[in-house]
Design a protein around this ligand. Structure first.
Ligand SMILES: Cc1cc2nc3c(=O)[nH]c(=O)nc-3n(C[C@H](O)[C@H](O)[C@H](O)COP(=O)(O)O)c2cc1C
Length: 262
């Protein structure tokens, strides 16, 4: 074969492509386990940040795992509002269940303000213990639609089960600098100590346009808006209020005794 023939060019290109594709797919297979492990670690890290056990700075695997010892995971049934001891929280996958008709709940459009249509009947809840060993926070996995994506995160409540102690998302595809500002630590701080329910027990979080006027009626349940990202903000407001309502964790929270749960 001539060194500059068309045939030789195609043969070389073919083997080069084959080599590269083997290299890329080999790396993807070899790194898959590591990626899954890193994803799980990142979820734990975000849970710890939402619950105030970690600040937003870099933390090693050892620190994350050690802090996570303060977290007890339980599985609850959102229909019976009871703790389910027969399911292992470690291997239980909420997202998979939400897609399975035998394991999910279809939401009526009148209650589906987070625009997620189906939720898993069973859900994980995380109980955070204080230095003295008693439970001082409850962390709820939450999700709902923003503008471009479904945002997945954690909402931490104080032991009174109505004061917000933190909110953070570990997965979304909102625009950096706009909806992506949900990850801004300064914005996340504004959620701390907001009161999630009104006197009649209705979830009442409101993300306002601009900044909250501290003298406004109901300001204890209002959060600053995200500039240029009202749609994402509306989505976050809806998902928080949905998961705190009786269609989400509302009834479970009412019946959950934090003394008995640990
Ligand atoms: C390329 C592009 C990306 C955008 N990304 C977001 C976003 O992630 N979240 C959002 O709420 N609005 C986003 N917007 C803006 C919305 O279309 C809309 O204008 C905005 O939510 C209104 O908010 P405002 O009333 O605070 O300006 C984006 C707009 C453009 C052009």
């Amino acid at each position: 074969m001539q060194s500059d023939s068309v045939k030789r060019t195609f043969v070389v290109a073919f083997f080069l492509c084959l080599f590269c594709s083997v290299l890329v797919s080999g790396a993807a297979v070899l790194l898959k386990e590591k990626q899954v492990e890193n994803k799980k670690l990142d979820i734990k890290k975000n849970l710890l940040i939402a619950s105030g056990l970690l600040d937003g700075s870099e933390a090693s695997k050892e620190i994350i795992e050690s802090k996570f010892k303060r977290v007890k995971t339980i599985v609850v049934d959102l229909e019976t509002n009871e703790i389910v001891d027969s399911v292992d929280p470690e291997s239980f996958e909420m997202r998979k269940n939400a897609k399975d008709p035998s394991k999910n709940i279809s939401l009526d459009s009148s209650v589906d303000i987070a625009k997620i249509s189906k939720i898993s009947k069973l859900s994980k809840i995380y109980l955070i213990s204080s230095d003295s060993g008693s439970i001082d926070k409850v962390v709820l996995p939450v999700h709902g639609k923003g503008l471009w994506s479904t945002l997945y995160g954690f909402l931490a409540l104080d032991k009174d089960k109505k004061t917000i102690k933190g909110l953070g998302f570990y997965e979304h595809a909102e625009t950096p600098g706009l909806g992506g500002e949900v990850d801004n630590p300064n914005w996340k701080k504004t959620w701390v100590n907001k009161v999630a329910y009104n006197e009649s027990g209705k979830p009442t979080i409101k993300i306002v346009k601009g900044s909250v006027d501290p003298n406004a009626k109901g300001s204890e349940s209002m959060v600053d808006g995200l500039s240029g990202a009202t749609i994402t903000g509306n989505g976050v407001q809806a998902l928080v209020n949905f998961w705190l309502s009786d269609s989400g964790y509302g009834k479970v929270l009412n019946s959950l005794s934090l003394e008995g749960a640990i």
